[in-house]
Design a protein. Structure first.
Length: 558
């Protein structure tokens, strides 16, 4: 789908909004820090962009800023990635994107942007402070990579002094990002050791998951939304009678205020899918069209019909409440979400409270987006959550529950950012090569002690470049491979979500935000038929991962 929010994988983000997303991780540095040390060098500029010629020069922070600014002025979005840090390159349009028209008013605004100063830290990261509008100042971060100064993101401030303080507080974290880049760039050139490990230790994924649930009180499965392969796999796991014998609760990424609907659905002796659809209509503003998740819940209902009442599986909606149908103004909605608890913290607290209640002695399965599962912690984080950035739900649960109780499972994927960009294969493709050498058979294994586990974690760009990101073994405990990525179909969508009444509600929600359903979904008419037709056009018959780099000829060692 074209629009999404509330933590889902998204696409179609504007550059300005994108920069704020990119710098979410930078809040780990603690915000506005102390006064700069002697390692900071300030270079006054006090000139407008128009005072500098349109040249392409990446030899200094200022010249690189000028080059990047002229690309913006000319609408050459296709080149912005090539002059940006490896850390954020995936967020920019592909090199074959056509230039975008830029109005004369916008061009004049770019040219009149006043460059105040450049601040350099350890000769490796920098910040160009400029004044692009009457109200805002820009902090354009730059990092020195392979001898070139590159765009590394943007923050906004209200004064030059505020910008200075912001850079002082974040410079060391950006320095850590820069040091992580060459770590991720060093990829193995031989898949044979990985393939040998698979041959020796790879197991049937369903049996592997059931064994993990038997051994660990909480198993967290990291999924990618609307992924049919994952949900088919999870349905096969819970359909085995051994599942209900060892696990009695499934936590899911569904809004907590819809718990009553889930309870009513599972309690009814006649299946009523409309209760599930109503819950999905308040997972995000545009609804949650994940057919695999929907079919999974229907499967839980069917399984429960064959179980005694004391053995039935309970589903807990573990995500923040989102009473979207109750908001009458955009301000009311914004105010609500400004006050609501952080999603990772809410999910962790909900699950921890349920586990400690002793309600059910059986073990538990938590199914959630993989970006909520990784275990590495923000710099400076303590169990008291003193850091400014809340860790993932998986990391929080791992710190709060006894050691070894939480087992996090990674499902094989390509590298994917939260805006839906797919910059490549994991570890330069060596993982895919190993699975191919193993016949692309489904396989699962413990990550600790494996060559996979020793590799730097690179699956999620928002996380992978953090200095504390560590290895795959630092973030996950188990690895599941379901099939070659080139064969995987695109999003598996729930068309039943779009009833006439819900489409009317979507129109109301759009109008509340001064938009239209047509703009939200890229359709001409505000009808279920139009939404469904557009969704089918966007996804059916297509592949999930687009055009991935071809696999290299692996050194098989066979």
């Amino acid at each position: 789908m074209k629009r999404a929010r509330n933590g889902s994988i998204i696409s179609g983000t504007s550059v300005k909004v994108l920069m704020s997303v990119l710098l979410l991780a930078a809040s780990w540095a603690g915000g506005f820090g102390q006064a700069p040390s002697p390692e900071f060098k300030t270079i006054p500029v006090d000139k407008k962009l128009s005072a500098f010629p349109d040249t392409f020069d990446l030899t200094s922070p200022l010249s690189a800023w000028i080059s990047f600014s002229y690309l913006q002025l000319k609408g050459q979005e296709s080149r912005m990635g090539t002059v940006s840090s490896q850390r954020i390159r995936a967020y920019f349009p592909s090199p074959d994107k056509a230039d975008s028209p830029v109005s004369e008013k916008r061009r004049a605004a770019y040219l009149n942007t006043l460059v105040n100063e450049v601040i350099v830290y350890k000769d490796s990261v920098a910040c160009v402070v400029s004044h692009p509008s009457e109200d805002d100042y820009s902090l354009r971060y730059m990092s020195r990579e392979d001898g070139r100064w590159l765009n590394a993101g943007e923050d906004m401030g209200q004064s030059v002094d505020e910008c200075r303080k912001a850079f002082a507080g974040k410079a060391e974290l950006f320095y850590g990002f820069m040091k992580r880049i060459p770590v991720l760039a060093r990829v193995p050139d031989d898949a044979a050791p990985f393939a040998r490990y698979l041959k020796a230790q790879g197991r049937n994924p369903q049996a592997f998951m059931r064994d993990a649930l038997a051994r660990h009180p909480l198993v967290i499965y990291g999924e990618i939304h609307r992924r049919q392969w994952s949900w088919n796999f999870l349905r096969s796991v819970i359909s085995d009678r051994a599942f209900a014998a060892s696990a009695g609760t499934i936590y899911m990424e569904i809004s907590a205020h819809k718990q009553g609907d889930l309870d009513a659905f599972l309690a009814k002796e006649t299946m009523d899918p409309e209760l599930v659809l109503d819950a999905f209509r308040e997972v995000q503003t545009e609804g949650w069209p994940d057919k695999g998740m929907y079919e999974f819940l229907l499967e839980v209902w069917k399984i429960n019909r064959s179980l005694p009442a004391t053995q039935r599986i309970k589903v807990i909606a573990a995500d923040i409440p989102r009473p979207l149908g109750t908001f009458r103004t955009a301000e009311e909605q914004r105010s609500y979400f400004d006050r609501v608890m952080n999603r990772n913290q809410f999910m962790a607290e909900t699950i921890e409270k349920d586990i400690r209640s002793g309600r059910d002695a059986r073990h538990r399965l938590f199914i959630v987006g993989t970006g909520h599962v990784y275990k590495s912690l923000p710099p400076g984080f303590a169990s008291s959550a003193s850091a400014t950035q809340i860790p993932s739900a998986g990391a929080l649960l791992s710190t709060r529950l006894p050691r070894g109780d939480v087992y996090a499972v990674f499902s094989h994927q390509a590298i994917i950012s939260n805006n839906g960009a797919v910059p490549g294969r994991l570890r330069g493709g060596v993982f895919d090569e190993a699975f191919a050498l193993n016949g692309d058979r489904p396989a699962a294994f413990d990550i600790a002690g494996s060559p996979f586990g020793l590799e730097p974690f690179d699956a999620l760009p928002e996380v992978s470049y953090q200095p504390s990101a560590g290895t795959y073994a630092d973030n996950y405990d188990g690895y599941v491979f379901l099939g070659p990525l080139a064969d995987e179909p695109a999003d598996y969508l729930l068309y039943e979500l779009y009833s006439p009444d819900f489409v009317k509600e979507l129109s109301r929600r759009a109008a509340m935000e001064n938009s239209t359903l047509q703009k939200w979904f890229g359709v001409e008419a505000a009808t279920p038929e139009a939404i469904i037709a557009q969704a089918k056009k966007d996804h059916e018959g297509k592949k999930r991962w687009g055009s991935l780099p071809p696999l290299k000829t692996a050194k098989s060692g066979r």
